[in-house]
Ligand binder design. Sequence first.
Ligand code: NDP
Length: 452
Amino acid sequence: MASYDYDLFTIGAGSGGVRGSRIAASLGARVAVAEDSELGGTCVNLGCIPKKLLVYASHFAEEREDAIAGFGWSVAEPEFDWATLIANKDKEIKRLNGVYDRMLVDAGVTIVPGRARLVDAHTVEVAGRRITAENILIAVGGWPFVPDFPGRELAITSNEVFHLDALPERVLVVGGGYIAVEFAGILHGLGSRVTQIYRRELFLRGFDDSVREALATEMKRKDIDLRFSLEATSIEKTEGGLRVALSDGSDIEVDQVLYATGRVPKTDDLGLEAAGVEVGPGGAIPVDAVSRTNVPNIFAIGDCTDRVNLTPVALHEGTCVAHTLFGDGERAPDHEYVASAVFSQPPIGSVGLTEAKARDRFGDDLAVYESRFRALKHTLTGSAEQTLMKLLVDRKSDAVVGLHMLGPDAGEITQGFAVAIKAGVTKSQFDQTIGIHPTAAEEFVTMREPTR
Ligand code: NDP
């Protein structure tokens, strides 16, 4: 039997790679992980965590307005310092990098700094050193994608926006996915003048249509200049900033252009060919139900497999691979009823099918319960912001097959309901549940009559 340096070598110490490595080590495997950047990957360094911190920071202006308008406060004109926010955020990220380091070391995982390349199915090369392993886990994540057009080098992506020297006065956000709507809200809340453009009629393709429309209404209400069916065709430097030509023949001058037009698997120059690992269209690594590639001892998880590109899903996939390899048998990750939130302003929470998908699946058996209302808080602030809640029910089985929300705390609220939906909750069980009053969430358990 061949003897290898390690039982498992993981490439990439992001969410999925760290989790897979730690669990594997806890199951008795000898594990090493290579990382060429900070520990924690996109989520910790350039994604979920710093993004959410900026979301918190950006809420203040509106809270202040509400407090003055409705709650009797008088507050002097506030000042915002971007450099302080970024420095505080960086300090927290540094702390988290340390936490990841300790977690790996305490679990007995060897950290190998540097970029790893596969040499063959059992060998990787990192910083000129060859290391062998019985199994390899690829968890290299993704990277922002910017389409090709004149001036693309003048645009920034989510990689750069977290480290700008100053808050841009005028920003153009291009794209209509998670990152685009989240940053449109963050930058607007912090004081930038924000224009967001999206190439089709309505952004957040894949989310429930009611939620997409309602978010567009609320963002426009906040004075975000949201424009659909529009693309940027070129960017050039001017004396005053950046001039962006748009597909309708107009142009716009801004200080920064943020491209949030998707992410692609970071699988180039990884030596996949040398190891015989197949790569799919767009660079994603195809895997089977247990995240195994076409090479039996090589597994891949997270964004580089382009399945459900969310941190908690990568964590789950990493856990499953560790159990498949070193636990008590094959464990396939479960991608059904994965809840998610978009930290737009207001935020979105979503789990299960959209109305359109549920209609396709259940036809006339679909019952839609939808409610729109002004949150209690806004009866005093005067804000016209609407909260939207929607339940989708298969009448035949009475199962709740989709739950969607736009409104304050949507992520927090949806997480709780996601447990019930994952467990197969019925509409009658929703009806039997007594609400917590006064909350917005109670609306989900008091929806009596279908809207359609
Ligand atoms: P998404 O894939 O969510 O959205 C990409 C957007 O860019 C879409 O609106 C797409 O339009 C548009 N687009 C793609 N190509 C072009 C092009 N050539 N020109 C103009 N527009 C284009 O990507 P994001 O970058 O927003 O996010 C990346 C990933 O990160 C997502 O997969 C998401 O899962 C994850 N993420 C999750 C978050 C969360 O859970 N809260 C937060 C942030 C990111 P179209 O609809 O027409 O294809």
